[in-house]
Design a protein around this ligand. Structure first.
Ligand code: PLP
Length: 392
């Protein structure tokens, strides 16, 4: 069946890779905890020998994710960062990586600090929204790595433009699509080679599992999916079967959750922007607002504007801390994409690993807070924020 004729994403999150169990008819796929499998003879088995190399529950969740991302194959890892480090391991020693300047702090640390020490790769940080600067920096690059929307500044990168720049220089593209989920955008449809996710976020959606995903385009170089599968086994970077089952269960409600979260985020962003001065907010950053510099690109390549909102507050770090600890429904905690709303402070938490000069350069200051909008009633969330922002 062609991609265009397939059922919609809201249906596929429930059915892809989740056919009833052929042995029993169970509508929920069984959880295979076995680490080892009986061999029928030398070189003869029923598709499995050892759980790191292949597990039926993992295969189900990987099939579902490959289908959701329109990928040739998907692989699940024990965390987003292990997905990212496995992707880095596909590169030759001394490879040139050009990465977006606004990245999750842990990915920044991996690319800018750990990668160069481990494999001698060279990493340039560039604003991927500036396609002229990126075109110049991409000369000789092996890999272009970016997030859209980015963490925490919610910059929107033009997926088709990046794919074109990469094609011209023969570089592989990796889009960390954690902030969008497959319900928000499908980077592979825009010519990107690999989509990465921290499955800990929207895909898991309940703050109870760590995971990562790499999904590879059928247009990526021939051996890439095979190489990632090889490295997943060789490095031992596999998601455990019980987390695979939990992730599969969570995916069933992904479309519902993301629809609710993104509708509520749009409502809250408009509301906060309308009364920003009264609430002591100097900037509301949300790709759905017409004032956002990436709004037109987001409208073109996304199906919604996401569930993350970043804000700049007046009053210095003392007031920021009062606000962070005053919300009752928005928990003051890192992470995002879950059913419960969260508020956090990038400069001291998710981006503490980013070199101070780089944080200053891209304006991740003490005044910045990031909201992840959950599935609660949006009116209750608005009231919670208004009460907290009245802290002066
Ligand atoms: N990518 C993004 C955009 C993230 O926000 C995170 C974590 O916050 C990661 C990757 C890393 O994922 P994990 O924490 O699952 O290792």
């Amino acid at each position: 069946m062609s991609v265009k004729n397939r059922a919609s994403l809201a249906t596929r999150v429930i059915h892809s890779g989740q056919e009833p169990d052929s042995a029993t008819g169970a509508v929920v796929p069984p959880l295979y905890t076995a680490t080892t499998y009986v061999q029928d003879g030398i070189g003869k088995n029923r598709g499995y020998d050892y759980s790191r190399s292949g597990n039926p529950t993992r295969q189900r969740v990987e099939a579902c994710l490959a289908d959701l991302e329109n990928a040739q194959a998907a692989f699940v890892f024990p965390s987003g960062l292990s997905a990212a480090s496995t992707m880095l391991a596909t590169l030759k020693p001394g490879a040139k990586i050009v990465a977006h300047e606004d990245l999750y702090g842990g990915v920044y640390r991996l690319l800018a600090q750990v990668g160069p020490a481990m494999s001698g790769c060279h990493v340039d940080l560039v604003d991927f929204c500036d396609t002229d600067a990126l075109t110049a920096a991409a000369q000789g690059a092996d890999l272009l790595w970016f997030e859209t929307p980015s963490n925490p500044l919610l910059k929107i990168v033009d997926l088709s433009a990046i794919a074109k720049i990469a094609n011209n220089v023969g570089a592989i593209t990796v889009c960390d699509s954690t902030f969008a989920s497959p319900c928000g955008q499908l980077p592979l449809d825009h010519g990107i080679d690999v989509v990465m996710h921290s499955a800990t976020k929207f895909l898991g959606g309940h703050s109870d599992l760590l995971g990562g995903v790499l999904a590879v385009s059928e247009n990526a170089i021939d051996s890439l999916a095979e190489r990632i599968g090889y490295l997943q086994n060789a490095l031992g970077a596999v998601m455990c079967p019980s987390d695979c089952a939990l992730l599969l269960r969570s995916l069933r409600t992904l479309a519902l959750r993301v629809e609710r979260q993104t509708t509520s985020a749009a409502f809250l962003a408009e509301k906060l922007a309308a009364s920003a001065a009264d609430l002591g907010i100097t900037e509301v950053i949300y790709p759905g607002l017409a004032t956002h510099p990436g709004h037109a690109i987001a409208a073109r390549q996304m199906s919604n504007y996401g569930a993350l909102i970043s804000l700049r507050l007046t009053g210095g770090l003392d007031r920021v801390e009062r606000v962070l600890t005053a919300t009752r429904l928005f928990h003051f905690a890192v992470s995002l994409g879950s059913v419960e709303s969260l508020i956090q402070h990038p400069a001291s938490l998710t981006h503490a690993a980013v070199a101070e000069e780089h944080r200053e350069k891209i304006s991740i200051g003490d005044d910045l807070v990031r909201l992840s909008v959950g599935c609660e009633d949006p009116a209750d969330l608005a009231a919670d924020l208004e009460a907290a922002f009245s802290q002066r």
